[in-house]
Design a protein around this ligand. Sequence first.
Ligand code: PRP
Ligand code: ZN
Length: 290
Amino acid sequence: MEQNNSSLRIAIQKGGRLSEKTLHLLENIGLEFDNYKNRILVPCRNYDVELLLIRDDDIPEYVQDGICELGFVGHNVTAESKADVTHLRGLGFGKCRLSIAVPKRGEFSTLKDLDGRRIATSYPVLTREYFKKHDIDVKTIEISGAVEIAPTLDVADAIADIVSTGGTLKTNGLIELDTILQSEAELIKTNQPVPKHKQELIDKFLMRMGARQKAEKSRYIMMNAPSDSVDKICDIIPSLKSPTVLPLAESNMVAIHSVIPTYQFWEVMEELKSAGATGIVILPIENMIV
Ligand code: PRP
Ligand code: ZN
């Protein structure tokens, strides 16, 4: 039964790689929480939402069942769960991959070599699916942690595990053979019916997140330049709108302001300098609503 005036509920991982970044993201869109340490249900001070802090493996199912309307979780976890949820957007952090890895100095150099062998993993569903697709018969051994040690202990011949920097594989003398799945943190939504007031809260929430994500992808750029190089500079700046051009006290000089994609600014900076721009300043943007 849906209570009509209950808060929007968002599931996030309790302690772990994604939780800090997720909380940071929520704070960046203006949501304030007190005391989330040692609590499971955390109310928000200035938005009609509460956070449910749970194990990441439980998040897709909670969202599927409508206990939470939204969830922040790694795509790897959602994919393994096969939960019936809607993927709303990727979040650009928590990037990792689920990979097959084998002992570096060993007998396996191709996937086919793993035929009839034992694969240790915390991702049995995705792993079985993958080997089935490649028509290779393996025995999956489900382990919930420290999967990388399985070949050394002769519990398995190879592993399928999450790789982020690759440090863990290296330390354990393992090398990647293939990637099963690419992953990053994502926002998922329930497919259960959502009451109107909660849908409105979700829409507003997504709007704020979108503005923040856009802002993070952009920088505000300011510079001075001779008036006669404005056209040239305008050609260089791939701005969203036409740049603002302001006269300066010094004659024949102007200030140019614009917004550029973050990834482009080093490239553009060099070109701008050769076009006569000076005093180039790049600033982060807090929020961007277009
Ligand atoms: C994963 C995986 C490895 C490690 C790999 O564990 O199981 O242990 O990350 O990262 P690296 O390539 O940067 O060394 P995670 O921290 O996600 O913990 P969990 O498996 O217990 O959820
Ligand atoms: Zn986990």
